[in-house]
Design a protein around this ligand. Sequence first.
Ligand code: B12
Ligand code: SF4
Ligand code: SF4
Length: 331
Amino acid sequence: MIPSARLRALALDAGFDLVGFARAEPIDPRVLGDWLEQGFHADLDWMEARAAERLDVSRLLPGARTVIALACNYWHTDDVGPIARYARGRDYHATLRDKLRVLRRTVREAFPGVHDYGSVDANPVMEKVWAARAGLGYVGKHACFITPGYGSWVVLAVMVLDVEVDAYADGPTLERCGRCTLCLTSCPTGAIVADRVVDARACLSYQTIENDQTVPEPLRAAMPNLIFGCDVCQDVCPLNATPLRAQARFLPREVAKASVLELAAMTKAQYDAWAPGMALVRAGYDGLRRNAAYALGAMKSNEARPVLERLRADADARVREAAEWALSQLA
Ligand code: B12
Ligand code: SF4
Ligand code: SF4
């Protein structure tokens, strides 16, 4: 058994804002099972392929005893822009992986013989469940994880150990949604199909980031001023009303100030100067311009006509199709 206070100090030194401890017990398979069965994961086949590992971290680290849940606040400004807040600065995956690397090294130095496994987003780990079990907050009705100090403006990571610690959290903090339903009623596409259940197929975060084909027509009109990710359900949440500024590591980069029109007109050279090191690369040059064209159509922006006319002749078929649709929306 090792002292949680020492681990907490190492995690804070590594740069995490929140740290908590949970016993590495298996997760009830029903919620994930139902979600997958209903096809709410869209074409994220990797969610299904490694479901067994998601539900039991001892499949990832034999003898797993403890899960350290870690979180970083990323909020910087009130601006509502076309790029979701978590993606406005350096790619958070890289930032959290840097911190996790430091933590894993210092834990190994302090406790030789202890084995570990680390996860940031892409690993088959249910990060919100662990953050809740470790007492960092609770899962809100919009299915995002809400902390008492930073609201839901946090990104999560997890570290699993094959040793017990001397103190574990009692589970999620007090649920504070009460009778509020603002996130459900404000979601532009009705993607929050029930309390804590999001249908990724309807979620604009999925559509703008993960869907590399064309966005289904009924969803396009819901995309004004939105080209990478979506913050609508978090922006309306009263529990996000008093955010705190994040560490400098999460500072927005210049491109976060660009308008939808500027992003639609972005040249490859501008993209190559802006995007590297940011989460934006997941959508890529053509994906971002495809999204910007949809957004201009949704905004019925007549001043965008010349840019859309240019995109209508673009080399990328998805950009051409999006521009054609956007032009059809203009007066
Ligand atoms: C797949 C995925 C998506 C999908 C599906 C979203 C979803 N809600 O599942 C899409 C692409 C849509 C998406 C969007 C976003 N994502 Co995402 N995503 C993930 C990923 C990789 C897996 C989530 C997952 O397992 N979903 C399956 C469902 C079934 O599991 P779950 O949501 O965790 O649900 C559990 C709890 O709700 C819990 N629960 C507890 N009690 C109860 C009771 C009931 C009745 C129910 C139903 C559930 C429940 O049980 C469930 C599982 O057992 C995680 C990273 C990770 N490895 O965990 C990031 C992650 C959840 N995403 C993240 C972010 C930032 C986002 C966006 C905010 C990005 C953006 N601005 O555009 C949006 C938010 C959309 C939303 N409202 O959820 C962060 C969330 C941070 C936070 N504060 O919550 C994560 C944790 C990544 C990270 N490392 O920080 N995401
Ligand atoms: S991220 Fe946007 S589209 Fe997805 S559930 Fe929230 S408000 Fe709806
Ligand atoms: S908007 Fe309301 S219901 Fe939704 S997560 Fe925030 S407090 Fe809960």
